[in-house]
Ligand binder design. Structure first.
Ligand code: AMP
Length: 220
């Protein structure tokens, strides 16, 4: 266990960001801030934000920048993130969000940005077989289902296919990624913050690769 880091995780949908961010957040003892999880919780609770985001998310589109920036600005202002750090997953997704994040983090800048790299052909297969617990968000796949039926091993919730993992929404989300989010890779490279990590192979090996780049950045 090794405390503290401020980082962003980039990568295509299905690259394994969710799984790896949970591990990193335990290892570095920092909150895992997933904007997708925050939005899904808002949809479940039927808040005004959830009502605005629901349809956009189901279609695989992007929630407007101003809403997303407000949510992240509020979250990064809390004591746990200012004192220990965070792992941001799913934000920024556009250059506008990255510029806003640069301002929000001006006094406590990012240590690094990771691009968890997995090719499109591979993520397409992973996303088609992905299943997720509707309550706690734990990921499964048709090849690695829960132990009993489609009931979550962690919390007993229903394990389902996400609406936005269905074929039409998947192509839209991957197209959004290429158009809006992939340009951030160069944007962060130009700022000297980028580390590219190969996301292929057993999850434990990917985790070790991530620890290595994070540790190198924190000690530099
Ligand atoms: P994710 O679980 O990160 O794939 O996010 C699921 C969905 O939430 C996305 O397809 C978007 O509709 C929405 N979303 C999450 N984060 C953002 C963001 N930073 N900007 C815009 N929309 C977002």
């Amino acid at each position: 266990m090794s405390r503290g880091v401020r980082m962003v995780m980039l990568g295509r949908q299905g690259a394994g960001k969710g799984t790896q961010c949970v591990r990193l957040s335990r290892h570095y003892v920092v909150p895992h801030i997933s904007t997708g999880d925050m939005l899904r919780a808002a949809v479940r609770e039927g808040t005004p934000l959830g009502r605005k985001a629901h349809e956009i998310m189901n279609n695989g589109g992007l929630v407007p920048d101003d809403l997303m920036i407000d949510i992240v600005d509020d979250r990064l202002d809390r004591d746990d993130t200012t004192s220990r750090g965070y792992i941001l997953d799913g934000f920024p997704r556009t250059v506008g969000q990255a510029e806003a994040l640069e301002k929000i983090t001006a006094s406590l800048p990012l240590d690094l940005v990771v691009d968890l790299h997995v090719a499109t052909e591979v993520v397409l297969e992973r996303l088609a077989s992905r299943r997720v617990c509707a309550d706690c968000g734990h990921n499964y796949s048709v090849d690695a289902p829960p132990k009993y039926g489609w009931v979550c091993d962690n919390c007993g919730g229903d394990v389902v296919q996400r609406e936005d993992d269905k074929p039409d929404a998947i192509s839209k989300r991957l197209a959004e990624y290429e158009a809006n989010t992939a340009p951030l890779i160069e944007w962060y490279r130009d700022r000297g913050l980028l580390e590219v990590v190969d996301g292929l192979g057993p999850a434990d090996e990917v985790t070790e690769r991530l620890y290595a780049v994070v540790d190198a950045r924190r000690s530099s």
